[in-house]
Design a protein around this ligand. Structure first.
Ligand code: SF4
Length: 940
């Protein structure tokens, strides 16, 4: 398994380039104007005598996973010469995983896109930016004329910083479509829906650091030793202090290796397992009765469902021995506070939202939500999945989770300084303006499907892939067919991504070189809701442009740049990042993105050494009293100096100090039962000693607090609630009285507006247990869901298990990230993991006479065949195979290298396991199914 030759060759070329860049530069700026053949051979290698090097340190953040590790970048005369560990970051304290330790490669990656390109007769040709913007813009205007604005799909990125993600959502609104989405759809949309509908906010409740306080953790569908390595350091610290560790996974992962108790579960049976644990908890009286009585709604409905899951039944369905389920329950219940951590093993199922809710309920039963060392801790994937979800391109929401109903549009048209009717006129109709858009998980069905079955006037005819890997989505043969039907496919990315190679087209594809996050500045939100400020390390290389400049140039071509940047200064075609954040501060009251001004965030980054690595609080220094990165909600205006909210739903602190109750988002009662928290259950210092609804101008007047608003605030707050009052006065006054702007309610264990109000088990769509399908069937097919027909029962009705007897699942490797083009192009990482592989149990490998490193074909019911190396290991049980999902660049056995633009193919290429994934989508969010299906494996 060696690609050493390739990487050595690359190393030589890189060194030559570095010499040239160091001299010619001062610099990226000059290098950008040079044609490629001048940059590549490094002809300007002679040093300039006497030139004094200016060396400085830039504070930035790793752009890979969502832990948010700081990186100190040393820059000399504009060239990024080395990186150092940030020992003073309270998040990583000097530690990095392999990916973080090698981010400097971003600055000089040889495989990057260097200039705009266009596919002509099957070959990519260099074009200018002017030509690219003109041609693409003309095509968009023509499509708009012919088919309406909904013919375009914008696939944005969870690697945009917050400001870029926000600007892209605004861009989509001004173009006139909700067809915009990003990676969160396929990694944690089910988490957001599940926890938001249970507690109030769609985010991880505690922090990575807070695990120091825990006495037991259950990692379920989560492998942080590989996916979020630095987060493991915080937990291992707790383990040294005696914390217990449970790992639930079908595969014995590198995380499981540390566990006191490993639970090997059958994929797709998480709800029966959690209900099985609750069966023991309820039967032994281990639940927190006081907490349940004061702070939850609908627990009796949960008890009724749990009662059905007797130990024998749980064991039959999940494959977990009865004693093992009981031990997991006891360890979690008797070592409190205890935490639950989950990732894509839980979320990527057709019942993903229900899985998330079952785990949220487990933590409510144990009274673990809102306490240090407890929580529902959900580790996001990319560096800014959380922030892009909070304020970025989501098809069912405007920034800050405001939704897309008329009131939300009016709130934002006021914040944006544009007329509501003008925005409405940009859409095909008011109905389309208020209808959730196509999702990234299904965009290709909106191309391939017959028009009469799509709930919008036109099929999709053009797609922008903006910082998003196609090989992270399932059903790639269907995607390829759709790519071939499109009028135009545009890729905007620092790397060409597999999009550039897999489409099979000869024309109508554009590649636009985007700057990486190290070539711009702005804020990004780690998984724990801390918002960090990234300084610009180097100027954009080659002809790359920042995402926000590209957005502005297209807006200019399409005629809405003045509206897009009404309140935002534009300097040399770049909207000023700080101004964008200030607009977010003025508009996103719902999630408290209002107190985190650019000035406060910069101060935190400059003084990160003053924050305590356990509490995340600055006990001294210029940020005294703040929590690191002002974890949202950071209420009110920046002048209010709210410190951020380190632990969600913690009522032991006052709201002014970062406390919070559950949200009153669903009215005050349901079926005659109060949804508000019990009397006496309220935040420290609250002047209301009971549950209360969310605040608006009427409630404030009834309480006699209205007079505390200034006359200016009163003028703006009249007729408004805490989310739409642009003065911030309602929030200021409410918090001064010790209350939470969003009310004080109970967490919902019964979500009556979901397909399953209490989570129930539903067998996977491709289930090998046909005997269980009748007892635990999936949902009925839906004619119209996120604008598309969506299948459930008709897929499950077909029995594939005889021809495809192996269970198939997937996950992450420590070396690579997401679709992997950046990291597989990084020579340091490429040497560590050189081939795509499938893990096979020795017993299964023996059936086909395969040894480690032999090539095998993994074949799935879609007809897809994927060629990869066997890794024979007992990490997987008999009958189950596991594959990493970061690979790409092969197509059913064929290496696509020649289809990439010249020099743009990643160093390591391999079969994308999502090529073979079968049909399946979450019944609430359209999350794709990638954690359980069926396949067979044969020798190649
Ligand atoms: S990939 Fe994640 S854990 Fe590794 S250094 Fe980057 S942020 Fe930290």
């Amino acid at each position: 398994m060696s690609l050493v030759k390739t990487t050595r060759d690359s190393g030589l070329k890189r060194r030559r380039f570095l010499v040239g860049a160091g001299v010619a530069a001062g610099a990226g700026a000059l290098a950008r104007q040079l044609p490629l053949n001048v940059i590549e051979p490094a002809v300007a290698a002679d040093a300039v005598p006497g030139a004094a090097a200016v060396t400085e340190m830039k504070h930035t953040v790793c752009t890979h996973c969502s832990v948010g590790c700081s990186v100190e970048a040393i820059v000399s005369n504009g060239v990024w010469i080395r990186q150092e560990a940030a020992f003073d970051s309270p998040i990583n304290m000097g530690a990095h995983c392999a990916k973080g330790a090698s981010v400097r490669e971003h600055g000089f990656g040889e495989h990057r896109l260097r200039y705009p390109m266009k596919l002509v007769g099957g070959k990519y040709q260099r074009i200018s930016w002017d030509q690219a913007i003109d041609e693409i813009g003309d095509k968009l205007l023509q499509l708009r004329q012919q088919a309406g604005p909904d013919a375009l799909m914008l696939i944005g990125s969870s690697k945009h910083n917050n400001e870029q993600a926000y600007l892209l959502r605004k861009w989509a609104a001004f173009w006139g479509s909700n067809n915009c989405d990003h990676q969160a759809r396929i990694c944690h949309s089910t988490t957001v829906a599940g926890v938001a509908q249970t507690f109030g906010y769609g985010a991880m409740t505690n922090s990575f650091n807070d695990l120091h306080h825990t006495k037991a953790v259950m990692f379920i569908g989560s492998n942080p030793a590989e996916a979020h390595p630095i987060s493991m350091l915080h937990f291992l610290h707790a383990k040294e202090l005696g914390a217990k560790m449970i790992v639930v996974d079908p595969r014995f992962t590198r995380t499981a290796r540390f566990a006191h108790h490993f639970v090997r579960v059958r994929p797709g049976t998480d709800i029966p397992l959690v209900w099985g644990m609750l069966w023991h908890i309820f039967n032994n009286g281990w639940e927190d009765k006081e907490y349940i009585a004061a702070r939850t709604y609908g627990m009796e409905d949960v008890r009724a469902e749990v009662a059905k899951w007797t130990p024998d039944k749980v064991s039959d369905v999940t494959g977990v021995p009865e004693s093992s389920v009981r031990l997991a329950a006891e360890m979690l219940a008797k070592n409190k506070p205890s935490s639950v951590v989950w990732c894509m093993g839980i979320t990527q199922h057709h019942v993903g939202t229900a899985n998330v809710r079952a785990l949220s309920i487990l933590q409510l039963v144990l009274g673990n939500i809102g306490v240090p060392g407890g929580g529902a801790n959900i580790y996001r994937g990319h560096d800014n999945v959380q922030g892009a979800t909070d304020v970025g391109p989501n098809g069912d929401s405007l920034p800050g989770y405001y939704g897309i109903a008329e009131g939300a549009w009016k709130h934002f048209s006021a914040a944006w300084g544009v007329d509501y009717d003008w925005i409405k006129s940009r859409f095909g109709s008011k109905e389309l303006m208020e209808k959730p858009g196509i999702t990234v998980s299904r965009w290709f069905d909106a191309v391939n499907e017959q028009n009469q079955f799509i709930d919008q006037p036109s099929n999709l005819r053009a797609v922008f892939y903006w910082g998003h890997a196609p090989n992270s989505q399932t059903r790639l043969p269907d995607m390829k067919a759709a790519m071939q039907k499109l009028d135009m496919l545009v890729v905007v990315d620092p790397y060409p991504s597999m999009t550039a190679a897999m489409h099979g087209r000869t024309d109508g594809v554009y590649l636009l070189p985007a700057a990486s996050q190290f070539e711009t500045h702005g804020s990004c939100t780690a998984s724990n809701r801390s918002i960090q400020w990234r300084e610009r390390v180097i100027m954009p290389l080659f002809e790359c442009k920042t995402d926000h400049e590209i957005m502005y140039l297209f807006a200019k071509k399409l005629g809405f740049h003045n509206e897009l940047c009404k309140n935002i200064k534009v300097v040399r075609n770049e909207p000023v990042i700080e101004d964008i954040l200030r607009e977010i501060n003025r508009s996103c009251w719902t999630i408290g993105y209002t107190g985190c001004s650019p000035e406060r965030l910069k101060l935190h980054m400059e003084n990160k050494h003053t924050f305590n690595p356990t509490t995340m609080r600055a006990d001294d220094g210029p940020c005294k009293g703040d929590y690191y990165g002002l974890p949202w909600p950071c209420w009110g205006t920046p002048e209010m100096k709210h410190p951020g909210t380190p632990i969600l739903y913690d009522i032991s602190k006052s709201v002014a100090e970062g406390g919070l109750p559950f949200r009153a988002n669903w009215g005050v009662e349901h079926n005659g039962v109060s949804l508000l928290a019990a009397d006496g259950s309220t935040n420290k210092d609250s002047q209301l000693d009971t549950g209360y609804p969310e605040f608006d101008h009427i409630f404030l007047k009834k309480l006699g607090w209205w007079a505390e608003l200034t006359p200016q605030e009163q003028a703006l707050a009249e007729g408004k609630n805490w989310k739409t009052d642009s003065s911030g006065g309602i929030i200021r006054v409410v918090i001064a009285h010790g209350c939470a702007p969003w009310g004080n309610a109970r967490a919902r264990c019964n979500v009556w507006n979901f397909p399953d109000p209490v989570p129930v088990h539903r067998e996977p769509l491709a289930s090998p247990r046909r005997d269980l399908v009748a007892a635990y069937p999936t949902y009925d097919d839906k004619a119209n869901f996120w604008r598309l027909p969506t299948l459930y029962k008709s897929v499950q009705a077909v029995d594939y298990s005889k021809d495809y007897p192996m269970i198939m699942t997937s996950g992450r490797l420590v070396e690579y990230e997401g679709g992997g083009e950046e990291t597989r192009s990084n020579p340091w990482l490429a040497e560590l993991q050189q081939n795509m592989f499938v893990e096979l149990n020795p017993n299964d490998a023996a059936q086909i006479n395969a040894r480690t490193s032999d090539y095998v074909w993994v074949e799935t019911p879609t007809g897809a065949r994927m060629k990869m190396m066997a890794m024979v290991t007992e990490r997987v049980p008999i009958g189950l195979v596991w594959m990493p999902f970061h690979f790409g660049g092969w197509w059913m056995g064929e290496d696509l290298e020649r289809h990439y633009p010249e020099g743009g193919a990643p160093t390591v290429r391999g079969e994308a396991c999502n090529t073979g994934w079968t049909y399946g989508y979450d019944a609430v969010t359209m999350m794709q199914e990638t954690k359980v299906s069926l396949c067979r494996v044969v020798r190649a």
